[in-house]
Design a protein around this ligand. Structure first.
Ligand SMILES: Cc1ncc(COP(=O)(O)O)c(C=O)c1O
Length: 345
């Protein structure tokens, strides 16, 4: 490895939860159809309980939990939270208990992610909240209750983003740089989801510190652009504190687009469902309606607007989420029918 960021990163404790590197490969059929050179980074293929971005984040966060003597991981999310699935899996792999506060919502069927958390033996409590990103208070109350019972809880906020968990996507950024060098590749842009901004901010930070100038394009799945920018500044600050890089390159050439959220977080927009169908039927890769389908719908829309002329080389980070597809089967069925497919189910 190369940079001083890599050296400082290596000094942080890490629990191994997945094989790395994940594949980075071209998408030949879509490249031809879209007139660009499209690549994908397969973080959906991390090998913990159906994969996604969380194993990388949890490798660093759970190392902190173990260092502090935790015996129970407490976290929160929506009823179809990928984070709940992967935090439960990681906790079980490390011999810890997992307590989940999940929001009641329309996808609360025993399907997809929710089915897996029950299978893996998480302790699940459902609560009514307006916005599942406001569950923090209840999760912290659960921590107090567990402490009163003599347990040692470790709280992880929604989406698993913390200063230490961001180190997982610093590591991913370094991995992408190595793959670019090995394949002699440069990208005009890298597309990522923007939820709490852990992935986006850490990749942006790392690529700039590695002198890679590709535009980093976030597609917001939840918050407006201004709020995303506030999250970004927060994570950039905490990464600078943790990694104390010797130089401070300009953090430029990025953009966060909040035009693809739909009505709210998790809304399976027509554009996201079309994007899912396009990726699946062209390349045999499954996206999801909450994160990766939205990212690809953003990229497709930008190409249509003429943002990426013929021959532009773009990398899309696939952060996982496909297990949630199954909880959206009704909307997907309606959409496929609308697009003229005759389903015999
Ligand atoms: C599949 C998937 N992609 C992306 C994200 C969002 O990542 P971040 O919060 O780091 O922006 C999540 C968060 O739960 C997720 O489950």
């Amino acid at each position: 490895m190369h940079s001083s960021i890599a050296e400082t990163l290596a000094s942080y404790p890490q629990e191994s939860l997945t094989r790395k590197p994940t594949p980075l490969h071209p998408l030949p059929h879509l490249s031809q159809e879209l007139n660009i050179d499209l690549y994908i980074k397969r973080d959906d293929l991390t090998d913990l309980a159906m994969g996604g971005d969380k194993p990388r984040k949890l490798e660093y966060e759970l190392a902190q939990a173990l260092k502090n003597g935790a015996d129970t991981i407490v976290t929160c999310g929506s009823s179809q939270s990928n984070h709940a699935r992967l935090t439960t899996a990681a906790a079980k792999q490390l011999g810890l208990d997992c307590s989940l506060i999940l929001s009641r919502d329309e996808h609360q069927s025993l399907q997809g992610n929710l089915l897996t958390v029950y299978l893996m033996g998480a302790d699940v409590e459902f609560v009514d909240v307006e916005d599942h990103w406001d569950l923090e208070e209840l999760a912290l109350k659960r921590c107090e209750e567990l402490s009163a019972q003599g347990r040692k809880p470790h709280y992880i906020p929604v989406s698993g983003t913390t200063p230490h968990s961001c180190l997982g996507y610093v590591s991913c950024g370094l991995e992408i740089v190595e793959q670019m060098q090995a394949k002699d590749l440069e990208f005009d842009a890298i597309y990522t989801p923007f939820g709490t901004g852990g992935i986006f901010s850490s990749l942006l930070f790392t690529l700039r510190h590695e002198n890679i100038g590709a535009k980093i394009q976030g597609i917001s799945v939840n918050r407006d652009q201004k709020t995303c920018e506030e999250y970004l500044q927060k994570w950039l600050l905490s990464l600078t504190e943790l990694l104390s890089p010797p130089s401070s390159p300009p953090i430029n050439n990025y953009s966060i687009d909040d035009a693809f959220i739909g009505k709210e977080y998790g809304d399976p927009t027509e554009a996201a469902l079309d994007a899912i169908i396009k990726m699946a039927s062209s390349e045999g890769i499954l996206l999801d309606p909450v994160y990766s389908g939205k990212v690809f719908s953003g990229l497709l829309s930008h190409i249509e607007e003429g943002l990426w002329p013929k021959g532009s080389r773009i990398l899309m980070l696939h952060s996982g989420g496909a297990p949630a597809l199954f909880a959206y089967h009704q909307q997907i069925k309606e959409h496929l029918t609308k697009r003229g497919l005759h389903l015999f189910v």
